[in-house]
Design a protein around this ligand. Structure first.
Ligand code: P71
Length: 468
């Protein structure tokens, strides 16, 4: 993207490493129409029709454009109930990549989480992680256990340029295990990349360190692996010693330290639906398959069609193409460079799948209990039809059960997540223009309060009114 100087070398525009063979039209709307639409949706961007969005950066999950080879896989998917050819292709691809013995397809990531935590997470148990994503946390808490985030302190500072801000604090992890007792910790998780902390990578050294501690206390280490390819690319770029390794080899190394993983294939398997749960332990594998049969389907399809398994197998190959990964990560970096020029505050360094605006610094006049991130997200929609996602107080804030006082989360962010292979350079330049407009008028942004709030995962269905 654009011509830039990097480490003294003049680099040419990083072009999208694909051609477009099929298009989907975007409906344009006016500002007045969007003001009406967002008001009707109770100022909740999840409740707007996708048709009424110009650039949809709500999520990078399930929104990828599949390739010609993935679509042809769809056509020759084997839809047999048991032992389908497509299952074997899927199984072999996932095994080649991860090395895990048991590989259980699920309809998406949270289905894998639900199965794992139904087995492992009961009341009195603790599950540490660098940072749990909201569906992971919800599945742990739903089963009565406690989800604990132990990310390094640098992750809490939006301006820290630490190259691996997704790392778990190894000292905190070991102290936590000693404090709670290894018998109360059925599994330790690492989210790669760390989505809630800004799409930040975890280093191989940190993964190896976490595994050493887990081994010492006989605790299995599981990866929430949905952005494993992006994490591998960051290791190649930033961690000494891996520059000459292929991203595939790095990914294999990452998985070699883990005892299992949950995976939302809707991210780095480049598909619109799918996921899996994998592990080495035979007993856990057996239990997981038994839960799967009751709630998802037979173990050779697990809530998916044979064609979905074909598309995942193909996607897992394509996502490790380094021209693709270079273009992908460079896009986010380019957005960050342009925001730097405008003085717009965002979470640094730019991560893998998204750009995260720093809402506290962007709109400091809005009190945290009035959700400054939501104010920015609504303004981006009204100004340019861009759908982003608040990852702050609405998603992670809590009220003290005794005093009712609002407890804000560590960071207040607005995430602009980039669907894979969907938007082009001019779409991204348009997004930058809209952010600039909202930033220039930031003094006029107003906060929000709930008029409806569900007991769990409230961001999906909440209704708001603007605070005057
Ligand atoms: C994302 C999502 C999807 C999402 C979820 C909640 C609100 C908005 C969008 C899903 C993840 C994830 C990680 C690290 C597990 C899941 C669940 N992310 N772990 O970022 O990022 O996967 O959606 O396939 O069930 O937009 P699933």
């Amino acid at each position: 993207m654009l011509e830039i100087k990097k480490k003294g070398v003049l680099m040419k525009t990083i072009i999208e490493p694909f051609k477009i063979k099929m298009v989907e039209s975007i409906k344009m709307t006016t500002r007045e129409q969007r003001e009406e639409i967002i008001k009707k949706a109770g100022y909740n961007l999840f409740l707007i029709n996708a048709e009424d969005i110009i650039i949809d950066l709500l999520t990078d999950s399930g929104t990828a454009a599949m390739s010609d080879l993935q679509w042809s896989g769809i056509m020759h998917g084997d839809e047999s109930y048991a032992g389908a050819r497509s299952y074997h292709r899927f199984f072999n691809k996932v095994q080649e990549l991860t090395g895990f013995k048991h590989i259980i397809p699920t309809h998406q990531g949270r289905a894998a989480e639900r199965i794992l935590f139904e087995i492992l997470a009961q009341k009195g148990k603790y599950i540490p992680s660098n940072t749990h994503f909201d569906t992971t946390r919800a599945n742990i808490e739903y089963n009565g256990a406690e989800a604990v985030d132990l990310v390094i302190d640098e992750a809490k500072d939006p301006n820290s340029l630490h190259p691996f801000k997704g790392n778990i604090d190894l000292e905190k992890l070991e102290n936590f295990i000693k404090e709670k007792g290894a018998e109360n910790i059925p599994v330790c998780m690492l989210t790669i990349t760390n989505n809630s902390g800004g799409g930040q990578p975890v280093s191989l050294e940190n993964i190896r360190g976490a595994k050493e501690i887990c081994l010492k206390y006989d605790i299995p280490l599981f990866l929430d692996a949905c952005r494993f390819a992006e994490n591998s690319y960051f290791i190649k770029m930033r961690e000494p010693g891996y520059q000459d390794w292929s991203c595939r080899k790095i990914a294999q190394k990452i998985f070699s330290y883990a005892d299992g993983c949950t995976m939302s294939a809707k991210k780095d398997a480049l598909v619109n639906i799918g996921g899996f749960l994998a592990m080495n332990d035979d007993d856990l594998g057996l239990q997981a398959r038994n839960v799967l049969i009751v709630t998802e389907g037979f173990p050779t399809y697990g809530g998916l069609a044979g064609r979905d398994l074909e598309a995942i197998a193909q996607g897992l190959d394509e996502v490790l193409d380094e021209d693709y990964l270079h273009y992908r990560i460079r896009t986010v970096e380019y957005m960050g460079e342009r925001l730097d020029k405008m003085g717009v505050p965002y979470l640094k360094p730019t991560g893998g799948h998204a750009l995260y605006l720093d809402a506290k610094a962007f709109a400091p006049h809005i009190p945290l209990e009035q959700f400054p991130g939501q104010a920015i997200a609504v303004a981006l929609y009204i100004a340019g039809g861009i759908r982003s996602c608040e990852i702050g107080g609405i998603m992670f804030g809590k009220n003290d059960p005794e005093t009712g006082t609002y407890i804000p989360p560590m960071l207040e962010l607005v995430r602009l997540a980039f669907p894979r292979r969907v938007y082009t350079q001019s779409h991204f330049d348009y997004v930058l223009e809209v952010i600039e407009e909202v930033y220039q008028n930031r003094d006029q942004l107003k906060g929000f309060r709930f008029t409806y709030e569900a007991p769990m995962l409230r961001h999906f269905t909440a209704q708001f009114e603007m605070v005057d």
